[in-house]
Ligand binder design. Structure first.
Ligand code: B16
Ligand code: MG
Length: 216
């Protein structure tokens, strides 16, 4: 593989827990129940689409102005949670894996739906590893549309078929598959079964898998 593309939330850092808290508080403030299971469905989904889904679950219709105000409120609370993040929140094995790719001189890109991606990478001090960052500010369509990964591959001058994508969400795996990239799921096999291969985390990736992936 010649290009290594990483999703952010759920792959590099576990920000899903902060998204969950912020969405739950917001949903409850407008009398909508919000469960951890529903939060699963928001993984990889853009901020706008997430709020649309929550409102649909709660059978609520609101004005455009209210919608904008709720989006702003959710992000302010989320930013508050992530403002204290440090490198201790990098998921197991991620930094060592990034080091190995760097040593192999392969380009690394970020392909995230989040508009806060750059800020988070700075907080956890991983920004220097990335040759390209494509996030929610750079795309007009959300995963499962492959736009974010196609742009990331173009930015690092790699053919789609030479790229591997690391993803924790079903929509992200589908996006990678549509882009004809090699999709590696980070999470649970029964959820991410559409990926070519699934690992619980980077620490459980056998070293021969990594070596083969670099040579592939
Ligand atoms: P923000 P990823 C996604 O990031 C999250 O998984 C998803 O839960 C979130 O709603 C989305 O980013 C937008 O995030 O509100 O920060 O713009 O997994 O694609 O890195
Ligand atoms: Mg994710």
């Amino acid at each position: 593989m010649n290009g290594f593309i990483f999703d952010l939330d759920g792959v590099i850092v576990d920000t899903a827990k902060y998204h969950y808290l912020a969405w739950k508080n917001l949903a409850n403030s407008i009398d909508i129940e919000f469960t951890e299971l529903q939060n699963e469905e928001l993984k990889g989904v853009s901020r706008v689409k997430s709020l649309e889904k929550i409102l649909a679950w709660g059978n609520k219709t609101i004005s455009e102005t209210e919608f904008e105000a709720l989006m702003k409120k959710k992000n302010e609370e989320y930013l508050n949670y992530i403002s204290t993040m440090t490198s201790s929140e990098i998921l197991p094995g991620v930094q060592a894996f990034l080091e190995t790719i760097k040593e192999a001189n392969k380009p690394i890109a970020l392909g995230s739906a989040s508009k806060n991606a750059r800020y988070i990478l700075d907080r956890v001090e991983l920004r220097p590893y990335f040759d390209a960052i494509v996030d929610g500010n750079d795309v007009s369509t959300a995963k499962p549309n492959p736009e974010v990964f196609i742009k990331a591959a173009q930015t690092i001058n790699c053919q789609a078929k030479e790229c591997v994508v690391f993803e924790d969400s079903v929509s992200g795996i589908q996006a990678a598959n549509t882009a004809q990239m090699y999709a590696v799921g980070i999470g649970e096999q029964h959820i991410l079964f559409e990926a070519q291969i699934v690992f619980n985390d980077f620490k459980s990736m056998p070293s021969n898998f990594i070596t083969e992936l670099i040579k592939k």
